[in-house]
Design a binder for this molecule. Structure first.
Ligand SMILES: NC(=O)c1ccc[n+]([C@@H]2O[C@H](COP(=O)([O-])OP(=O)(O)OC[C@H]3O[C@@H](n4cnc5c(N)ncnc54)[C@H](O)[C@@H]3O)[C@@H](O)[C@H]2O)c1
Ligand SMILES: [Fe+2]
Length: 381
């Protein structure tokens, strides 16, 4: 068994840690840019972190204009702002959108490469600036992945994948997630569950470490997502979700995602449906489509989310899919594309765009054709 495993070198997981960000990050930079979005400022989450950075003597520039599913123009704006400030480091504070923007800013800040030069896999050739990430959703796991997902000017989800994108430090403070609204808790938590499931069924890079992480992640996430939705102040559930999302991130950074993400990307790129919700919409049809080839692995995951399931692989696989979809339904997320304004006429373009995401489709346990994609979209219309 040969494999390579990478992750973020320093991880601090402690409630309250974000209010000590200054002390934790001091020494890494003097003039950082702090990237976040306006929603987080409105929720009052940014203040304590920012104050602690100032108290540590850092000359910090607040950039609060990160957009969801970061469009490339917005990312370039952030790079320009960082250069104007003569930043010597980057802090990403928020959900995947803020952290992914921060990763690209840290790579481009001191570099002669452009965003287009670094798109794709292993294209970063110059040194990245110091980078600290602090997640506020329990979802993407971006704080421990080597990936940044950007929306191109053609509304396609493109990615920078390079080990340079692992930050120097991740600071995880479950207290930040206590106020996450129910739809965001549900969608981001389902995204994290999909990371774990797809890491576990990757046909090329699944390995014993990603497997152990994926199983533990799924146990924590499936066991706590409903409580986190129904009792938003439950600190144990919030902490379990944040940890689960991070473990799932570590798993899929080393054993990347498959067709749920591949078919979800056009929903984000074209219709700006939140990433987690896009994934939750495509989850059931893709799991059922994959079942003939992935029954054994799904059966193993049944033992994680629904212990006591009996029977052969096919029976336990069916039990896994049923249990998972029950959990998803209980969170209350939308289940149909038509609920989000998508019509029958949109499906061919979505299937065409999905076919372009071979980066992830190639990992899927079953080959997905254009016709397969179209029929899965039709199934959830
Ligand atoms: N880099 C990776 O490894 C990776 C993995 C999966 C997804 N992604 C990308 O991440 C992005 C999605 O990230 P996301 O799902 O975390 O959402 P997000 O960053 O787009 O944030 C969604 C919304 O939630 C709000 N929010 C965030 N934290 C909050 C909190 N604690 N309290 C209240 N509101 C809060 C934000 O203000 C925003 O309005 C997509 O672009 C997706 O493609 C990246
Ligand atoms: Fe995801």
């Amino acid at each position: 068994m040969n494999f390579t495993f990478h992750t973020t070198p320093e991880i601090i997981f402690r409630e309250g840690a974000s209010a000590e960000l200054g002390a934790l990050a001091a020494g890494r930079f003097k003039r950082p840019i702090f990237l976040t979005d306006k929603g987080l400022i409105e929720h009052g989450l940014v203040g304590p972190a920012l104050e602690s950075l100032k108290a540590a003597g850092l000359n910090v520039l607040l950039f609060d204009d990160v957009a969801a599913d970061p469009p490339e123009v917005k990312v370039i704006e952030a790079v320009d702002a960082a250069r104007k400030h003569e930043a010597d480091g980057v802090i990403g504070f928020g959900g995947g959108s803020s952290m992914d923007t921060a990763k690209v800013v840290a790579v481009l800040l001191q570099s002669r490469q452009t965003l287009h030069d670094i798109l794709g896999t292993d294209q970063v050739t110059e040194k990245r600036s110091p980078l600290v990430l602090c997640p506020t959703t329990a979802g993407t796991g971006s704080e421990v992945t080597s990936i940044s997902v950007i929306t191109s000017n053609d509304d396609e989800k493109v990615a920078v994948v390079d080990n340079a994108l692992y930050p120097d430090m991740a600071v995880l403070d479950a207290g930040l997630t206590l106020g996450l609204p129910r739809p965001v808790t549900a969608a981001t938590g389902i995204d994290a569950m999909v990371h774990a499931i797809e890491a576990y069924t990757n046909i090329h890079r699944k390995n014993p470490v990603s497997d152990a992480l994926a199983r533990n992640a799924l146990r924590l996430l499936a066991g706590n997502i409903v409580t986190a939705c129904e009792k938003p102040d439950d600190r144990n559930a919030r902490s379990a979700m944040l940890l689960g999302a991070m473990l799932a991130g570590q798993a899929f950074a080393n054993s990347p995602v498959g067709a749920v993400h591949g078919l979800a990307y056009p929903l984000g790129g074209i219709f700006h449906i939140p990433h987690g919700l896009s994934n939750s919409l495509m989850l059931e049809p893709v799991l059922k489509f994959n079942a003939p080839n992935a029954a054994h692995h799904y059966a193993e995951l049944a033992d994680v989310i629904a212990p006591g399931a009996t029977g052969d692989d096919e029976a336990r696989c069916a039990h896994f899919i049923k249990s998972l979809i029950e959990i998803v339904a209980t969170t209350g997320v939308e289940r149909r594309l038509s609920q989000l304004g998508i019509s029958h006429n949109d499906l061919p373009r979505m299937a065409e765009d999905a076919m372009k995401v071979q980066r992830v489709l190639q990992n899927n346990p079953r080959k997905v054709t254009y016709d397969d994609a179209l029929s899965m979209y039709t199934e959830v219309l």
